[in-house]
Design a binder for this molecule. Structure first.
Ligand SMILES: [Ca+2]
Ligand SMILES: [Ca+2]
Ligand SMILES: [Ca+2]
Length: 431
């Protein structure tokens, strides 16, 4: 009997929801129940009733409920106080915490006439609607069949909440916050080596320009890069908590950029910000995204033999022409991923110095402005392998070589494409 009564309510509850959505403003406190109906004031409806409801259409199967649609309507939900424990509806926030639960009629249950003109309840899978009072913090609705003890489905309420708040930004349960990416900066070493990675650090600052706050924000970063590079990770996400109105926060992400082929490459990092919660409306979309680009010269790694004939490579302070051989190598030789022919070096491009100075594009030119092609000694300091290597000389006074110097490097370009090459060898500074 109790089910019967409830069924009658549910059978009309959509119509009821709409019809009863307007609540009499003249509540019992102000309506004189004993007034003469001929002269009593007409009840006035409260058109300003702020109550709202989720109306969720579901396609119910025997053990499932698939979302057909979810909307927010500016009308009061019917009360679930008398509903039987058929469905258990739970509204959860974006963190998965339960905000509210209530029993609800299961739309699958309907009454059927028996042959003896009695009635029985039978379950008919099909379309049905669940109505719940609006909650701006609600992210999902879990629909559980209490009779069978199974979860039928989870409804994503966020699109409905967001659509409502976009349309009604002044609603008490909606928040307005103009989030913006105010700056992005990426730093990377200017030189990379084919087969190796460089680390790029990206700083992005996001701000809440108001008018409301604090709000949680999600910062997403995506990467696009020249062909011949691999960037990991390909994207990054940062959560920014409780960004107060007028405040900003900087997030930092690191990426590994590997050079797969030689040449000048660019890597672009695009940062975007969005509210974490569906009831937050960012009305200004033009400031939600910002990009920054770094250039990396992917150099061909080469093998450099300082002081051919010596494994120790002693270099004296003030040495005026330190010899070193840029070895011509096959792919794979000395672990170099690509072949290198020293005959293709552009002599004017050669710069020699410490690693940091050469990576930064400084260093000194070859003393004679030439590349001396000779079959130099290999790294074992005893073998001539028969091909011609590029012997270079550096003025140690100009570098300058210091007591603390442990390594010399060479950088230059080669071939018609002016591809950069780079190689280093250790030295031992002697009196
Ligand atoms: Ca914005
Ligand atoms: Ca040597
Ligand atoms: Ca050789």
């Amino acid at each position: 009997m109790q089910f019967r009564q409830t069924a009658a309510v549910v059978g009309t509850f959509i119509a009821g929801t709409l019809a009863l959505g307007l609540v009499a403003k003249n509540s019992s406190a102000t309506i004189d129940q004993n007034a003469d109906p001929r002269i009593a004031a007409q009840p006035r409806y409260d058109y300003d009733d702020p109550s709202k409801s989720f109306v969720v259409d579901l396609d119910f199967g025997a053990t499932s409920a698939t979302t057909v649609g979810a909307t927010v309507v500016p009308q009061r939900s019917y009360s679930h106080l008398g509903d039987p424990p058929l469905l258990l509806i739970s509204l959860k926030n974006s963190k998965g915490a339960v905000l509210t639960t209530f029993n609800s009629w299961d739309p699958r249950w309907t009454f059927d006439e028996t042959p003896s003109h009695g009635e029985r309840m039978i379950m008919r899978p099909g379309r049905g609607t669940v109505v719940a009072s609006f909650n701006g913090a609600a992210a999902t609705m879990l629909v559980r069949d209490q009779q069978s003890g199974t979860d039928l489905g989870t409804v994503d309420l966020r699109p409905a909440v967001h659509s409502f708040c976009v349309a009604h930004p002044d609603d008490a349960e909606c928040v307005e916050a103009d989030l913006a990416v105010t700056s992005t900066q990426a730093s990377a070493p200017p030189l990379g080596l084919v087969g190796k990675g460089v680390t790029v650090t990206v700083d992005a600052t996001v701000a809440n320009l108001g008018p409301d706050g604090p709000v949680d924000a999600v910062v997403n970063q995506t990467v696009t890069a020249s062909a011949g590079t691999t960037v990991t990770p390909a994207s990054a996400t940062n959560d920014v908590h409780a960004l107060a109105k007028g405040s900003s926060s900087t997030v930092r992400n690191s990426y590994s950029v590997s050079c797969d082929t030689p040449g000048q490459k660019t890597v672009t990092f695009t940062t975007s910000v969005a509210p974490a919660e569906a009831n937050v409306v960012d009305a200004v979309a033009t400031n939600n995204s910002k990009s920054t680009t770094v250039s990396i010269d992917c150099a061909v790694p080469i093998t450099l033999n300082v002081k051919p004939g010596s494994a120790r490579n002693p270099v004296s302070l003030n040495e005026q022409a330190i010899p070193m051989a840029a070895l011509t190598t096959r792919a794979g030789e000395y672990g170099n991923p690509l072949a290198f022919d020293a005959a293709l070096i552009d002599p004017a491009s050669v710069r020699i110095g410490t690693r940091d100075s050469v990576v930064a594009g400084r260093g000194v030119p070859e003393v004679h402005g030439k590349v001396h092609m000779e079959d130099s000694l290999e790294m074992d300091e005893t073998t001539h392998d028969g091909d011609l290597d590029g012997v270079l000389h550096a003025d140690g006074r100009r570098i300058p070589v210091q007591r603390s110097t442990t390594e010399l490097c060479v950088r230059g370009t080669f071939g018609q494409t002016h591809t950069t090459f780079f190689g280093c060898d250790h030295i031992e500074v002697v009196p």
